[in-house]
Design a protein around this ligand. Sequence first.
Ligand code: ASP
Length: 460
Amino acid sequence: MNDVLKGYKGRARKTLESFSIRVWSEAEVDTTRGRFEGIILPRSENDDDIHIVLKLATGYNIGIDINTITGMKEVGYKEAHYKIPEKEFPTSPEKPNVKLLGTGGTIASRLDYRTGAVIPAFSPGELYGAVPELADICNLTTEKLFAVFSENMGPKQYIELAKAIGEQIENGIDGIMIGHGTDTMHHTAGALSFMIQNSPVPIVMVGSQRSSDRPSSDAALNLIHAATAAAHSDIAEVMVCMFGPTSDEYGLLHRGTRVRKMHSSYRSTFRTLGDIPLATVTRDKITPLHQNYNKRRKDREVAVRAVFEEKVALVYYYPNMQPDIIDSLVENGYRGIVIAGTGLGHVNKPVYPAIERATAAGVTIYMTVQTLWGFVHMFVYDTGRDLMAKGIIPAENMLPEVAYVKLGWALGQTDDLKEVERIMLTPISGEITEREPYNGYLVYQGGIPEIEAFLKTVHR
Ligand code: ASP
């Protein structure tokens, strides 16, 4: 029998029963904090029994503590609808062939407008039903590799993904899109930038910050921009294609080794750090901003080196960090450590002996900076020189996450630490630059009058 209180148990179930409320009904919920209106969403087995979850008209879900509920009324009912209209994706021989490899994340799901149910939208037919513009850009085919939120991506998935990309390129694809959760997209972009070299075609990662049931969703636009970049861009690199400014005028193409998610909820969250983005992209135009990039060339042979040593750690330094943090990594068999140090690349004195013990035990340690912008400079203070004498190697202006994936990749290839150092300090894909351009530092700070005035001119 169809349970109208799907997933609700215990006290929460009793509360819904006492007011004769069904899951998927539109309800008015009176509480000691005021009235809420929305759709009653189902719950999963592992959830508690003291909250009722409501999807508000804004698209946000809220949990309401049953102890605060004073009354509930059903004002409508929308039956769950799990099917997206699926249309055949139109193809034509003139258009470039693009492959979308799916890994999961918000971009891979679509919430049913009426009910709030999460349903996957992934096949070309579903995507065409949802974003018909894609068919004007390319012939699209898809392959679902994983269906995970991006915190669950890791070395195994990087390797599988890199191999799948290599196969697509060998089969003559014109461009690749990778659907990915935004949270760790920059880690995967970094890993792929090392694992896949000399690509003849663009490899474009895309995600969305807001699911497509919300009026402010960036899913469709990001997909259109990423498809345009994969099909038509001249830039044959691993890139991230995401929302540019808050006005949805254009998307930005970021180099895979210089990009980072910088805001937990804004759509304009990805930023190129220490450089300028590679290009802007609109529905019909790609405008390069950068002079130096790997150009599209169909006759080039891709080199895929899909390896990764999992025993590598990224340690974010904080004042009063204790040496046992480093010692425990050594005891647990870690072979490489990247530290995100303070300022120009520092950690406190008590950690020094642990660093000495680690490097003496053959663990290789690289220093990056928490400031994210700028280079590690360990010659400026004695403390930096001391750390280098203990074996820490400065990692130039590699972003901490990028140094982490590069070290995993380098140690996956060799045990020879001199060779690892050579790999680490040789720029491969823009992860180390000669200098950072004056306009590669783009943090606009609100509050200051002149910045507020400037921001008003760009945030329409
Ligand atoms: N938590 C999600 C993820 O990274 C968020 C997103 O897709 O944007 O997979």
